[in-house]
Each structure stands twice: as structure tokens, then as C-alpha cells.
Design a protein around this ligand. Sequence first.
Ligand SMILES: NC(=O)c1ccc[n+]([C@@H]2O[C@H](COP(=O)([O-])OP(=O)(O)OC[C@H]3O[C@@H](n4cnc5c(N)ncnc54)[C@H](OP(=O)(O)O)[C@@H]3O)[C@@H](O)[C@H]2O)c1
Length: 253
Amino acid sequence: MYPELEGKSAVVTGSSRGFGRAIAERLASEGANVIVNYRRSKTEAMEVVETINARGRGRATAVRADVGREESLDALFEEAEEEFGSLDILVANAAFGVPGQLLETTVRHWDVTMHASAHSLLGMAQRALPLMSNGWGRIISITSEGGQRVLPSYGVVGVAKAALEALTRSLAVELAPKGIVVNGVLAGIADTKSARRIPGADDLITEAQERTPAGRIIVPDDVANAVAFLASDQASMVVGQFLVVDGGLTIVK
Ligand SMILES: NC(=O)c1ccc[n+]([C@@H]2O[C@H](COP(=O)([O-])OP(=O)(O)OC[C@H]3O[C@@H](n4cnc5c(N)ncnc54)[C@H](OP(=O)(O)O)[C@@H]3O)[C@@H](O)[C@H]2O)c1
């Protein structure tokens, strides 16, 4: 538990299910008030809000916004300002991409994927900055092994993750003097809806299950635990790094 997170305000993008949901619930269990962002899945987002509010720790509000669209980002941060007055924690978790063979990528696939999965971090950091003006802030991005290695059929999503990682490091350097600590979580494969959209997901998941030294693939709560740590004061001198949460899979051959 991290008592310093009590009363903090947080935006968690893509928190209607999967990693984002676990992160929103974890931060709220620490006493943070959370905006549960979603793009389409309103029913699932409302369920997350109800679950958090029923627990009686941090409170939650759902906000619809497509992180790939500038006007949506404006609306998301206007809502955050209206709700909280300021912002302490931003978790850039939502990603949307078109997986498949890289050579089959269209300009439209490229644009949609890069906007939602990489540029969104910059757009959100620019909007979060004026709200994080009290000398304490956290920005945490969520990436995958595909930003550094070639995963089968991951296509342009891997390119977007590489850009997201470079952005995370650059933002970390620019924002550290303001007390805003920027880091990322590099998550291993988990059995979520977005993982299932990658062609060959069954094989990827089965292989990860067999090869992970810890004996299982990760679940969303494993990522949420890492995010809570990076949001805490314990991680205040961890700057521009990626905490790998994969049960040891990427360190074995
Ligand atoms: N699952 C894995 O194996 C894995 C591994 C490493 C990294 N990651 C990363 O972890 C993050 C979360 O993935 P997940 O597996 O938890 O996915 P997920 O279960 O499919 O959840 C994705 C969430 O993002 C939202 N979303 C999608 N596009 C959005 C957009 N343009 N604007 C706002 N919200 C949007 C979805 O809401 P709507 O349905 O309403 O759009 C949903 O809440 C992603 O960045 C992903 O790349 C996943």
C-alpha cells in the first residue's frame, strides 16, 4: 500500500477492461480518485466505475474519449480539470492498432495506430502539464516487448510502441525538473481482448505459458502492481525507465 496516493487524482486511459481496468481499480484502492476512460465500451466502463465507487475508497467517473483524436483529448482533460481541478497521475494505457504484416500496412492503418498508440502520450502530456503544476506528478506509459523485438504479425503496432518508448524517455527528461516523474511498464503477453486481435494469438499465449520461468503468463493485476509502485514516492528517483513485468520470459532464450 502507498498512503501517499490517497486523495491523488488520476486519469487512466482505456480502463473499461484489461490492464487499464486493473490499474484504475488498484489506484482507487490506494485512495486515488480516478477517471475511467473508454472509447466505445460504455457498459463495461460504467461497471468499473460502479465497482470502484461501491468499495468506498477513491471515487471514479467514466469519460468517453478516443485518445487518437485531438478534440477527444481536449474533452478528456477539460473533464479532468472540471472533476479534480488539478491532476496528479496520468496512465497512458489505451492503445489501438491494426496488427498484421508490416508490408500490408496502409497509410490509414499507420496514421490510426500511430495517433492512438504513440502520439496520444505526447498530446496527453501537453494537456496534463498545466494541471500538474504543484511539483508532484506521474506519467506512466504501457508498452510491450514488440517495441524492441519483432513479434509475429504485430506490424505497425510495434513501430508505435517503439515511438511510445522514445517519447516516454524524452518526456522523462523534460519533465523531471518539474517534479513530474515519467516511466513505463513493459508488459508481457496477457490473455486480453487486444492480445486476441493479433493474428496467431493462441500460439503466442501458449508459447508464453510454456516458456515463462515464473510458470504462468501475466494477468492485469501484475501490471497494476507495477503502475502503483511507479506512481508511489518509492519510485521518485526511477526516471525514464521501463519496468518489465513478464514473469522472466524476455530474459530466457
Ligand atoms: N494484452 C497484452 O498482452 C499486452 C502486452 C503488452 C502491452 N499491452 C498494452 O497494454 C495496454 C492495454 O491493453 P489490454 O491488453 O489491456 O487491452 P484491452 O483489454 O483490449 O483493453 C483496451 C482498452 O483500451 C480502450 N481503448 C482502445 N482504443 C482506445 C482509444 N482509441 N481511446 C480510448 N480508449 C481506447 C478500450 O476501450 P473501448 O473498447 O471502449 O475502445 C479498452 O478499455 C495497451 O497499450 C496494450 O498495447 C498489452
